[in-house]
Design a protein around this ligand. Structure first.
Ligand SMILES: Cc1cc2nc3c(=O)[nH]c(=O)nc-3n(C[C@H](O)[C@H](O)[C@H](O)COP(=O)(O)OP(=O)(O)OC[C@H]3O[C@@H](n4cnc5c(N)ncnc54)[C@H](O)[C@@H]3O)c2cc1C
Ligand code: FES
Length: 515
């Protein structure tokens, strides 16, 4: 399948076909318009059509062309920011509801797979959390504390003396039973077909240009159509309906993944995570056409737009993998993706934080974005239908956690520092230095130019000013995109938006030079 969020191909994109849908060509009406055909959008649309609502889904790329096509799809209630931290940040009630909602999310995904007979290799596996070498030395009580906190939250976790990692004795671990895994693109393809079979409409190649809430909500598309509806669910991974508030409370990170062949049954199926920040995450993709499994290992995260060294990160992942899984063979996949990290650890799922009626968002996925997406499906459906939901307060996008002030300050100082790009020299002094297939930011007087030379040698220039809040974008040579270091907007080499919060493409390169 084609991705619209970068050049690299994930193992899932390479091994699945997604159904094709037309672009919206005329004005339309629906009960609910869902923007975004990733897991959050399609699970929301699916639950709403099952409730008999008339739903339109639009996406500017293909189904699963965003982060859900690049995930590793650990379906887990072993919350990656840790139950201990949730307790400290939000209290024990929140830790219990976090556990309950992520557990319900895995169950819900399993139920959808079964009801719709989706062939996506859904399976239940154990999850194993083990200490990194550093944490073994410096934080030996970490596992015990998380064990107690997870139990208090209601998770049937066990403390194990060993971990089924063949190459290295990583020692004790926490075992989380009844986690899940599946092929995320085949899953979403099945959900998309089910939505249409149940009367929903999906339009791809359809970019939402504005979101208007209130008594008469409507979504306007870049091609000039209007979708009138009673409610809008903005499931664009990074919300395009809220330009500021949410983006001050979460930060975008790039994360990297390799897939290495491994003989069938050489690695025990399971989800594996270690404890540093950033952490590593591991699972298998079973049943490839060659009969081998693919061992999928991720990690090496960094803030979006603030590093451009993908090859080095893939090498680190490979080294880490070979030490722990010596059966790993050739690396056959390398890809990257983006996650939004909320300062207080929990996703933002609910009414648009500016209070505009009838607009809802789902964002703040963190490393648990697949289950957060499934939670969005259940929670947004209840909110749209006016039903109470016990998770509403936990995930309320308006919440302000006083205890997250330190993290918020750190992230927002980091964002502020990115604006100094306006006074720094460009990445390259001269466009002639840009090799085919590469890009660089040039300084031309007061202007910053995003210059990309295509494979045939033609130079394409745009303004390097991000159309969200005017940071200067930077070149991502791994994905061939322009990435904004402030709130994670991303643009393809020709300036088209591939990730919000930006809605508009990069502007044309300024022609005049005002010194
Ligand atoms: C490498 C990687 C590994 C991960 N591993 C895990 C994991 O193991 N477990 C886990 O739980 N989570 C994981 N995550 C997180 C999880 O995959 C994501 O949080 C989740 O897929 C996000 O789903 P989404 O529906 O919010 O966004 P997306 O899948 O990105 O969907 C958003 C859609 O909105 C569309 N869109 C955006 N703007 C517009 C617009 N203006 N008009 C129209 N359409 C628009 C996009 O084209 C896109 O298709 C991982 C993420 C990555 C990148
Ligand atoms: S994403 Fe906010 S300024 Fe670019």
């Amino acid at each position: 399948m084609r991705s619209d969020s970068g050049r690299t191909q994930s193992a899932w994109m390479d091994t699945a076909e997604v159904p094709q849908f037309p672009a919206l060509k005329e004005d339309a009406t629906a009960d609910v318009c869902v923007i975004g055909a990733g897991i959050a959008g399609l699970m929301t649309a699916y639950h709403l059509v099952r409730e008999g609502r008339r739903v339109i889904v639009i996406d500017d790329g293909p189904v699963a062309g965003g982060e859900t096509g690049r995930t590793t799809a650990h379906l887990s209630n072993a919350f990656d920011d840790r139950y201990l931290e949730i307790e400290k940040m939000h209290g024990s009630w929140a830790a219990r509801l976090t556990a309950e909602s992520h557990t319900a999310a895995i169950d819900d995904l399993e139920e959808v797979v079964r009801t719709e007979s989706i062939d996506c290799d859904f399976r239940r596996v154990d999850g194993w959390l083990f200490l990194s070498e550093d944490d073994k030395r410096h934080r030996p009580t970490l596992l015990d504390e998380e064990y107690e906190a997870a139990k208090r939250a209601g998770i049937p976790v066990t403390l194990e003396k060993s971990t089924p990692i063949p190459g290295k004795n990583v020692g004790w671990s926490l075992r989380f039973p009844r986690q899940g895994q599946f092929h995320p693109v085949r899953f979403l393809a099945g959900v998309a077909r089910a939505i249409v079979a149940r009367g929903g409409r999906i339009y791809t190649g359809t970019h939402a240009d504005s979101v208007e809430g209130g008594d008469k909500p409507c979504v306007k598309t870049a091609d000039g159509q209007t979708i009138r509806c009673k409610a809008i669910c903005v499931c664009t991974n990074s919300p395009i309906s809220d330009y500021v508030v949410t983006h001050l409370k979460q930060a975008p990170y790039r994360t990297y993944v390799i897939g290495a062949t491994v003989a069938a049954d050489a690695v025990q199926p399971g989800l594996y995570w270690d404890t540093p920040s950033p952490y590593h995450y591991v699972r298998l993709m079973k049943g490839t056409s060659s009969g081998e499994d693919v061992l999928i290992v991720g990690g090496e995260d960094h803030k979006t737009g603030q590093d451009d060294d993908a090859d080095a990160r893939f090498r680190c992942l490979e080294e880490w993998t070979r030490e722990r899984f010596p059966a790993a063979g050739a690396v056959v996949y390398r890809w990257s993706g983006q996650v939004m990290e909320p300062a207080d650890y929990l996703a933002f799922i609910g009414p648009n934080p500016d209070g505009t009626p009838n607009v809802y968002i789902a964002t703040g996925d963190s490393g648990n974005g697949m289950t957060h997406g499934a939670i969005a499906g259940m929670l947004l459906t209840d909110l749209v239908l006016g039903r109470p939901n016990t998770w509403a307060q936990l995930y309320d996008p308006k919440r302000v956690s006083v205890r997250s002030a330190g993290e918020l300050l750190k992230e927002n100082l980091n964002v502020a520092a990115q604006y100094t790009d306006w006074v720094k020299p460009g990445q390259t002094a001269d466009a002639a230095d840009i090799a085919p297939g590469e890009g660089a930011v040039l300084r031309r007087g007061v202007h910053r130019i995003a210059a990309y030379r295509d494979e045939k040698g033609t130079l394409h220039e745009h303004s390097a000013v991000c159309t969200h809040l005017a940071c200067i974008v930077r070149w991502n040579s791994g994905e061939k995109t322009w990435d904004c270091p402030c709130h994670g907007s991303r643009f393809d080499s020709f300036g088209n938006v591939v990730n919000g919060p930006a809605i508009k493409p990069l502007g044309p390169a300024p022609e005049t030079d005002h010194q």
